[in-house]
Ligand binder design. Structure first.
Ligand code: G3I
Ligand code: 9MR
Ligand code: CA
Length: 586
């Protein structure tokens, strides 16, 4: 820890020890892997009015200064916080608070004794590009259509997976649809690095994208994604979301309202383009989790698409009926857990705890219908909101309810919903305040898809900000966005194509098979995961570290740390758009 006395010498140290900037050598194309820098900063920069923190690894440095891009004019000088230990990365870190810097421009951060940071911008539109790009990423995952150069640029490709003749797997057989018969379930998005389509994972994904629209329409209205529907009377985010909703509707068996758990080949395909993966595809097993996630999504979607009756006649009504039918099926079949059939090896998305799915579906159906019976189920099943993930969707119901307080039954209900969410947000923000890295990620949060954990923490803190207006909650969310965009000990901005050092070798079939050096843009890499469940498949390639926050590699073998997935990209869309929309202009 730096002695207090030496801190007083900061001005002198700054004057003597700072090296001139080497300009003209900045990387303009993404470079794979982590950088050598010990100064970690959001590679997309900041809005003028945002909190701006950088992290300095190691002990010993005392002062910092920010210089303009020319490298000569100091625009801000300051003192680092005392270094403290941050357990998830096993290192000491000090904080440089640059928040006072609000003039738009390009800058670098200089810390005595270290090379200057990458250049970063202060710009009113700092996250518009990444929020839009992360949403456009979903277009790149459309099944069943060619991606035309006009929309996909270099990543144009042929159509794959028409899914108009999908086999009914033995596990999904019913009297009207025996094993080996066919159904049609076209469209939808590929889930991840694989070409499967999974209802459970579409659950949280659709909520997050529709919530991004519902909570921040100002950011998305009129925003042109460059998709085939751009220019119609519907916001592009809703046009894109409909691509997957249409597929989901086809995953419901009209005979009984049950919902198939997934639509995949029997085994994962090789690393090929979509049109080369021609193995038969199946709908596999109905499950209670799929029915409840489906019911929740369709109830919410019915509310969200209702104003577009002229563009989509009958759609909102159809979604409402589908939601009710799925709910009724789940009530009649409450204990059907997904069990992976012996001949199937694709993703399981199995979940044995369904209180959260019941509570979420009940919340959305209550908002849609006003029927007290749904409220009673929510009230009975809901537990304290937690950071959501595909298997724990409880918070989604709380959040939807909190955004429509006038529809809640009474003041007690309003207080319960508000306090539950506000407390969850507060406890995360307290973690952030107490952390040496000034983030809310703790060692146990580094699981498969940890970057989405970081962003879903931000999403929850943003609900607290919405309810309470305390700036500390917005700042804490900003810190989580900073994490995925480069303020992490790997020095990587985890979004393909957005930042100076971004993943180049994601576990993503199109990116590996298309012959284009740059991966498909706008996708969030899963993130550090000490579980290393892919270690055997990756051998002899090895992870550089077992330390939680460092357990990541930019290698295409690494599905446990470097895959992409729709449920991880959706909170990137939400958080980047929300931080962009909510941060004061100055
Ligand atoms: O939640 C537990 C935690 O309590 C425990 O401490 C920790 C220790 O290992 O494990 C945590 O569970 C992990 C879970 O992800 C966290 O969400 C499991 O170990 C881990 O195996 C599980 O991984 C899932 C993975 O599929 C394997 O089933 C991921 O969540 C899930 O996102 C991923 O999804 C795959 C699809 O199956 C197929 N398509 C690609 C997609 C993305 O990789
Ligand atoms: O490519 C698959 C990826 O999408 C999944 O997330 C992952 C875990 O289910 O599995 C990947 O497929 C691998 C399989 O599990 C084992 N053999 C190698 C496959 C490709 O790396
Ligand atoms: Ca669950």
């Amino acid at each position: 820890m730096a002695a207090k006395g030496s801190r007083r010498l900061v001005q002198a140290a700054l004057a003597l020890a700072l090296v001139p900037l080497g300009l003209g050598c900045e990387a303009r194309t993404p470079v794979a892997g982590s950088g050598p820098q010990q100064v970690r900063i959001n590679q997309l920069g900041f809005a003028p009015g945002s909190q701006k923190l950088a992290l300095v690894e190691g002990a010993g440095a005392v002062g910092f200064r920010v210089v303009d891009e020319g490298g000569h004019k100091p625009v801000l000088e300051g003192v680092l916080s005392a270094p403290a230990h941050w357990e998830p990365a096993g290192l000491d870190a000090a904080v440089a608070d640059l928040s006072a810097l609000s003039a738009p421009g390009r800058y670098r951060l200089q810390v005595e004794g270290l090379p200057p940071s990458d250049p970063f911008v202060v710009d009113a539109g700092a996250y518009e590009g990444v929020a839009t790009g992360a949403l456009k990423a979903f277009y790149f995952h459309r099944a069943g259509v060619p991606l035309e150069p006009a929309h996909a640029g270099r990543w144009a490709r042929k159509a794959g997976h028409p899914d108009d003749k999908v086999l009914v797997h033995a596990s999904a057989a019913s009297p009207q649809r025996p094993a080996g018969s066919h159904i049609s379930a076209p469209r939808g998005w590929y889930d991840a690095g694989d070409y499967g389509k999974y209802v459970v994972n579409s659950g949280i994904t659709m909520w997050t994208l529709l919530a991004a629209w519902e909570h921040h329409p100002g950011f998305f209205r009129g925003r042109d994604l460059g998709i085939p529907e751009s220019g119609d009377a519907v916001p592009d985010i809703l046009d894109e979301a409909l691509w997957n909703l249409q597929w989901m509707l086809a995953m419901q068996d009209p005979a009984d309202g049950g919902v198939y758990h997934k639509l995949t080949t029997l085994q994962f395909s090789g690393m090929v383009m979509p049109h080369r993966d021609t193995a038969p595809r199946y709908v596999v097993a109905k499950s209670t989790a799929a029915a409840l996630d489906f019911a929740a999504v369709m109830a919410m979607a019915s509310r969200v698409y209702a104003p577009y009756e002229a563009q989509f006649p009958g759609l909102a009504q159809r979604m409402a009926s589908a939601a009710r039918l799925a709910w009724d099926w789940a009530q009649a079949n409450p204990g059907i857990e997904y069990r992976q059939p012996e001949d199937v090896g694709t993703g399981a998305y199995g979940d044995s705890k369904l209180d959260d799915e019941w509570a979420w579906a009940a919340a959305e159906l209550f908002l849609l219908t006003g029927d007290r019976a749904y409220w009673d189920v929510f009230a009975a099943r809901a537990v304290t909101p937690q950071v959501p993930n595909w298997a724990d969707v409880g918070a989604l119901g709380w959040i939807s309810l909190s955004r429509h307080p006038a529809r809640l039954p009474d003041d007690a209900a309003r207080v319960r919903v508000r306090d539950g969410l506000a407390q969850a947000a507060r406890s995360l923000q307290q973690r952030q305040a107490d952390s040496a890295w000034k983030g809310s990620m703790q060692a146990g949060d580094f699981v498969w898809g940890s970057n989405a954990v970081a962003l879903n923490q931000a999403l929850l803190m943003l609900q607290g900000y919405h309810l309470e207006g305390d700036r500390a909650l917005l700042d804490a969310a900003q810190s989580q966005l900073d994490w995925v965009l480069g303020r992490n000990p790997l020095g990587v901005s985890f979004v393909t194509g957005y930042g100076l050092r971004t993943p180049m070798h994601v576990h993503h079939r199109p990116s590996q098979a298309d012959g284009i050096v740059e991966p498909v843009p706008g996708w969030l890499s899963g993130g550090p995961n000490p579980g290393q469940q892919d270690a055997t498949d990756c051998a002899p390639v090895r992870y550089p570290s077992r330390v939680p926050a460092l357990s990541w590699m930019d290698h295409d073998c690494s599905y446990a740390s470097n895959e992409v997935a729709i449920n991880w990209n959706a909170p990137l869309v939400y958080v980047a758009a929300a931080v962009q929309a909510l941060t004061p202009a100055e």
